[in-house]
Write a protein that binds this ligand. Structure first.
Ligand code: HEC
Length: 132
């Protein structure tokens, strides 16, 4: 898996060339202003979808959509089940998707999703549940 720190470093290098030239007189390169808190957004396609594939597609995909819920496309995830939406963009706590995983109800009949994987899904929702 590609590390965020690597991506951030790559971006910092690209963006930093101009800055470094400008700032050469003022600050040594080691103190370049890249905060440890800088985070890139979670990618739906690269980070969230693989979790659905691993834990959910068996029962929630085009071929077998329990309760009409298809988690194999962005549109399917946002459309939700026969009962309605399962993702409230920007509010992970109000999202049934998170609730069902956190409570252990889903994935049905298998081991719970590891907390760090659920955290990725939560972060994606908090960032606006984008098709990114
Ligand atoms: C072995 C089959 C199976 C797997 C795997 C599975 N589900 Fe389900 N899921 C079901 C069934 C059956 C229902 C409907 C009955 C129920 O709610 O228990 C359901 C219902 C749901 C609902 C409720 C929809 C609503 O509107 O009430 C959500 C949300 C959900 N699943 C999400 C997931 C997610 C996310 C995963 C993967 C982490 C997952 N499921 C994995 C079988 C499965």
């Amino acid at each position: 898996m590609l590390l965020r720190s690597d991506l951030i470093a790559a971006l910092a290098v690209t963006a930093g060339i101009g800055l470094a030239l400008q700032a050469a007189d003022h600050a040594p390169a080691e103190t370049a202003p890249v905060s440890a808190d800088v985070r890139l957004e979670v990618s739906f396609a690269n980070e969230v979808m693989p979790l659905f594939e691993k834990h959910c597609w068996e029962c929630h995909s085009e071929n077998n959509a329990e309760l009409g819920l298809k988690l194999d496309t962005y549109e399917g995830v946002m459309a939700g089940s026969d009962y309605g939406t399962i993702v409230e963009a920007g509010d992970a706590d109000a999202s049934l998707l998170v609730d069902m995983i956190a409570s252990g109800d889903m994935p049905e009949d298998s081991d719970p999703m590891p907390a760090e994987e659920l955290d990725i899904i939560k972060a994606w929702i908090m960032e606006g549940a984008q098709n990114n």
